[in-house]
Design a protein around this ligand. Structure first.
Ligand code: IPE
Ligand code: IPE
Ligand code: MG
Length: 248
């Protein structure tokens, strides 16, 4: 299926791994493992559907508050997934970047992240951003700290600070604002994802758990997005797309 007007930047809050595992009578870790594995399926489908930028919320600044064994497993899984997926990402010409405070992860995980970014830096088919130890509040706090330092050192005057200057200090500085955010798992909240970037983002909340988020549900969400009228506070009809679907 080809969409006439897919979102250029799709953000996904990949929620529901633990409830999926519970519903299958399996251990929570297996839910996280199935969730990690599912990223490839959805990333490939997004690229095929015409999404250029895909941003995935994988681990929040608040997820450290989970039980120690779960956090340890998630960190282990991040390393394992980076090892397992790198060749496929290269094969699919996917450029990867990680956003979030990396210093809290073990150095061997940080090295894997850097290696993945370096090896995929030249690709342009899909720009995949993975948010790890990321929070919208963290990003804004960090940006504020760096902005203040720039002012302190005289590189920036306070009256030069405007929206684009602030955006240029965020971890998301090289991304357009997300057009659509999909949250799986049935909850209807942002959970501290891209607070600044979501100003005019469309939202789609789906009830299925992340490991069970099927490609046809993704397609339906993207088609529905295409029918929405985005006004950005104005009156002009922007991005109105009546005819969306071309059959494959
Ligand atoms: C999402 O799955 C993965 C992370 C937040 C790391 P959850 O573990 O939050 O699954 P639910 O929402 O509790 O089912
Ligand atoms: C949001 O899921 C964060 C990620 C998917 C990484 P959570 O499970 O952490 O969110 P809450 O706690 O339900 O808000
Ligand atoms: Mg959750």
């Amino acid at each position: 299926m080809k969409l006439v007007n897919p979102p250029i930047h799709l953000a996904i809050i990949m929620d529901g791994n633990s409830r999926w595992a519970e519903s299958e009578g399996r251990h929570r870790d297996e839910g996280h493992r199935a969730g990690a594995k599912h990223v490839r399926t959805i990333a490939e489908a997004c690229a095929d559907l015409g999404v250029r930028y895909l941003s995935l919320f994988a681990f929040s600044t608040e997820n450290w508050d989970r039980p120690r064994d779960e956090v340890d497993f998630l960190i282990h899984l991040i390393g394992e997934t980076l090892d397992n997926e790198l060749d496929e990402l290269v094969e699919r010409e996917t450029k990867v970047q990680f956003i979030g405070e990396r210093s809290r992860f073990p150095s061997q995980i940080q090295r894997k992240m850097l290696a993945c970014e370096a090896r995929t830096a030249k690709f342009e088919k899909l720009f995949l951003t993975i948010a790890l130890n990321y929070g919208g509040r963290w990003d804004l706090t960090n940006a504020t700290r760096e902005l203040t330092q720039a002012v302190q050192h005289g590189y920036l005057q306070p009256d030069e600070i405007n929206e684009s200057v602030i955006a240029s200090y965020l971890a998301t500085r090289n991304l357009p604002s997300p057009d659509l955010c999909i949250r799986t798992g049935g909850d209807r909240r942002i959970s501290n994802f891209m607070l600044w970037d979501f100003a005019y983002t469309e939202f789609c909340f789906v009830d299925c758990f992340w490991p069970a988020f099927e490609i046809d549900v993704l397609q339906t969400a993207l088609v529905e997005y295409g029918h929405r009228q985005r006004r950005f506070g104005g009156r002009r009809e922007l991005n109105r797309n009546p005819s969306l679907v071309e059959s494959s």
